[in-house]
Design a protein around this ligand. Structure first.
Ligand SMILES: Cc1ncc(COP(=O)(O)O)c(C=O)c1O
Length: 370
């Protein structure tokens, strides 16, 4: 008899845990009519700001908007360069292009797959306006190291925290480590909505005020009919905010379950796959569990598929090699290119059992010496 499949991520199990709160959120939203913005959004913004150790949180429509709004709020646009790791989801670069700035792709540390201060320093020019510190796969960038460079150069350090809700660097939460941070609440994220959603956190009151105006049609604070700037529509739904408030209460517990699963993987995985490194100063929340394949990746993927085990590739094409992002002057970025060719993401979610992890590891061990 075929074994039960092991899903890459189990959204049904995650959402089942908050089913009662979800039912309540539906009824309450229908009763109050707070569909867009409103009390549920304000409550979630306060809770999430507190969780991230940030002064302000602004709910927006998705994570890409969050990054684009931060750039616009900092007046970054035409003529500016923004340093972006080549190893990220393309949305980080997309936000830069959308405001009219140029993404300058840089390589990453081959062990952690993240940017470092030295990498950023080498890419600075007179036009550099910001650096996107992408806390990829759940691990925070060492922003203490990167900010030594950005502060001296007078360049903004923006966190892309779409994959790292709750991650910490030296006991400080992501979302509080740069001028502002963009979060995604895409359903599969560590904190996921039932559709699209996003947020910006920042310690800067003036920037927060500007971002609220920009995200709400440029509407002046406290006014319904005055539009002081050309803004846009990027708002969080009330229903999604209620869902996120319910899930936020369980986020630490869910992140802990991911960390336990990661430890078990590290203990049991055979040498043909090597997990990415996590820096000592960093506490990863393992949005993804990414390994580097020392043997042919297709063979690894096929063995997992044959055993009914879900897997993914994050990401098989580095951003500087994506057709839409080639400007003709592409430099080789060897670590990012090597990662793109060899990485593979194993099942990772808070409900993954030890038995399932053992099955994944046994399946991979069967490839050893083959
Ligand atoms: C690193 C990173 N940045 C930005 C985004 C964009 O978020 P969204 O899909 O909510 O627009 C994502 C989403 O997958 C992401 O992983």
């Amino acid at each position: 008899m075929a074994e039960t499949p092991i899903p890459f991520v189990d959204l049904a199990a995650i959402n089942d845990q908050v089913r009662a709160a979800l039912d309540e959120a539906w009824s309450e939203t229908l009763r109050t009519g707070g569909f867009v913005g409103g009390q549920a959004v304000e409550a979630f913004e306060q809770e999430f700001a507190h969780y991230c150790q940030a002064e302000h949180c602004i709910g927006v429509a998705n994570g890409t908007d969050a990054l684009e709004l931060i750039l616009a709020g900092l007046d970054i646009g035409h003529g500016d360069e923004v340093i972006v790791p080549a190893n990220t989801f393309v949305a980080t670069a997309e936000a830069v292009v959308r405001v009219g700035a140029v993404p300058v792709f840089v390589d990453v540390d081959p062990d952690t797959a993240l940017i470092t201060g030295d990498i950023v320093r080498a890419a600075l020019t007179e036009r550099t306006a910001a650096v996107m510190a992408v806390h990829l796969y759940g691990q925070p960038v060492d922003v203490d190291d990167v900010s030594l460079v950005t502060e001296r150069a007078g360049v903004a350090l923006i966190e892309d925290a779409a994959q790292a809700h709750g991650a910490e660097l030296r006991n400080r939460r992501v979302g509080s480590l740069g001028i502002a941070a963009g979060f995604s609440f895409y359903p599969a994220k560590n904190l996921g909505a039932l559709g699209d959603g996003g947020a910006i956190t920042t310690q800067d009151s003036e920037l927060a005020g500007r971002l609220r105006v920009l995200a709400n049609h440029g509407r002046s604070s406290g006014s319904r009919y005055e539009h002081e700037v050309v803004g846009r529509n990027s708002r969080l739904d009330g229903l999604q905010a209620s869902v996120l408030s319910a899930k936020l209460k369980r986020l630490d517990e869910a992140n802990h379950a991911r960390q336990v699963a990661a430890e078990q993987y590290r203990r049991l995985l055979p040498d043909i796959v090597k997990p990415l490194g996590v820096a000592e100063a960093a506490t990863s929340v393992y949005h993804l569990f990414v390994v580097r394949c020392a043997i042919d990746r297709e063979q690894v993927g096929q063995a997992l598929t044959d055993a009914g085990i879900g897997w993914g590739l994050h990401y098989p094409v580095a951003c500087h090699l994506q057709v839409g992002y080639q400007d003709g002057a592409t430099k080789p970025l060897p670590a990012s290119e090597e990662l793109a060719d060899t990485i593979l993401s194993l099942p990772m979610h808070p409900h993954l059992s030890l038995g399932e992890i053992e099955r994944v590891c046994l399946t991979l061990s069967s490839l050893e010496g083959g």
